[in-house]
Design a protein around this ligand. Structure first.
Ligand code: F3S
Length: 295
C-alpha cells in the first residue's frame, strides 16, 4: 500500500509564529507600519503582510519619524536597533528569543575581552545581526574553515574564546568544530545555541527520509533551515526535492513513489503545506494515509 508520511514538526516554529502574530497585531493597532528587512524567509507570508499595509525597509534610514517598526525574527545589529529607536518609532521586537540569547552571549564575551567565534553562514541575516552585538567577531562556515583560521592565526588560540553557532546549523557541524577547538584551544567557552525546534525538525526529517523513496521538503529557497533540511533528507533519500509551492511538484515522481515523505521549513505556512498535500492526494486518488498533524 502506498504511504504518505508528513513530519509532525513541519511548518512554523515558535519564533516565526510569534513574529507573524506580532506583525498582525501591529498592523491592526498602528498606522505607518514598517519591518526592518523581510520579517521571515517566506515570500508568500511577506507578500501577504505587504498587502495588509506593511512596508519593508532595507535600513533604518528608510524609516520615517514616528513610524511603527517590527524587528525581524532573525534580529538586527545593535547599531540598527539603536538607529530605529532614534527615529522615535514604536518598536515591536520580534527577534526570536533564542537568537536574542546569542546576542547576549556575544555581547558579554566582548565585554569580558573574549574573542567571539560564530559558526554559521556569514551572509545570513541572523549571523550578520549577531556580529553586530560584539567586537571583532570571527565567522567560520564549518570545521574545515575553523581549522584554516586557527592554522593561519586569524583565530588566536592563546586568547580566551567564546563560540556560538547559528540557530539553524546541525549538531554534526557543532561536534566537528568542538573537536578541533578543544584540541587546539585551552580557554574556550562553547555554547550550543542550535535551536531545539531545528533539532527536532532535522531528526524527524532524517528518519522519514530514510524510510521514503520520494522525499519532499517545502520551503523558501532563501530559508537557511529549509536548505539544511533538504541536505539532511538528501543524504538519506537520493530522490529528495525542495519546492516552494505545490505548482513545483513533479507529479510523475509522486505517482511513481510507493512511500513519500514530507517536511517543511520553520517559515513555511500551513496553507502552502496543505496545498502540497492536497495535490499529492489528488494524484494518488485517495490511496494515501494523509493525516497532517499541524492543522
Ligand atoms: Fe527561533 Fe528556532 Fe524558529 S531560533 S525563529 S524558534 S527555528
Amino acid at each position: 500500500m502506498r504511504e504518505l508520511r508528513v513530519a509532525k514538526s513541519a511548518g512554523f516554529c515558535f519564533g516565526v509564529s510569534r513574529s507573524v502574530k506580532m506583525a498582525e497585531e501591529m498592523l491592526a493597532a498602528e498606522a505607518n507600519c514598517y519591518s526592518l528587512g523581510e520579517l521571515i524567509h517566506n515570500d508568500d507570508v511577506v507578500q501577504h503582510l505587504r498587502s495588509e499595509g506593511l512596508t519593508v525597509a532595507d535600513g533604518p534610514e528608510q524609516i520615517p519619524q514616528g513610524a511603527s517598526v517590527i524587528i525581524r525574527s532573525h534580529g538586527v545589529s545593535r547599531a540598527e536597533f539603536e538607529a530605529v529607536q532614534r527615529t522615535g518609532a514604536t518598536v515591536y521586537d520580534a527577534t526570536c528569543p533564542k537568537v536574542k540569547r546569542i546576542h547576549e552571549i556575544v555581547a558579554e564575551a566582548s565585554a569580558e575581552g573574549r574573542q567571539p567565534v560564530i559558526i554559521g553562514a556569514a551572509d545570513h541575516p541572523e549571523v550578520r545581526a549577531i556580529c553586530g552585538w560584539c567586537a571583532s567577531p570571527i565567522v567560520v562556515n564549518d570545521a574545515a574553515q575553523l581549522a584554516e583560521r586557527i592554522a593561519d592565526g586569524t583565530i588566536d588560540c592563546a586568547k580566551p574564546l567564546t563560540v556560538v553557532i547559528q540557530t539553524t546549523q546541525t549538531q554534526e557541524k557543532l561536534l566537528e568544530c568542538q573537536k578541533i577547538i578543544k584540541k587546539e584551544c585551552t580557554n574556550v567557552k562553547i555554547f550550543d545555541t542550535i535551536c531545539n525546534a531545528t533539532q527536532v525538525r532535522q531528526t524527524e526529517a532524517s528518519q522519514i527520509a530514510a524510510e521514503s523513496d520520494f522525499m519532499v521538503v517545502i520551503g523558501d529557497r532563501h530559508s537557511s533551515n529549509t536548505g539544511k533540511l533538504f541536505d539532511i533528507c538528501k543524504r538519506q533519500c537520493e530522490n529528495t526535492v525542495l519546492i516552494e509551492t505545490a505548482a513545483e511538484l513533479d507529479l510523475n515522481k509522486v505517482s511513481d513513489a510507493e512511500t513519500i515523505g514530507v517536511t517543511a521549513g520553520a517559515s513555511t505556512p500551513a496553507r502552502i503545506i496543505k496545498e502540497v498535500l492536497d495535490t499529492m492526494s489528488e494524484v494518488k486518488s485517495g490511496e494515501t494515509n494523509l493525516e497532517p498533524s499541524f492543522e
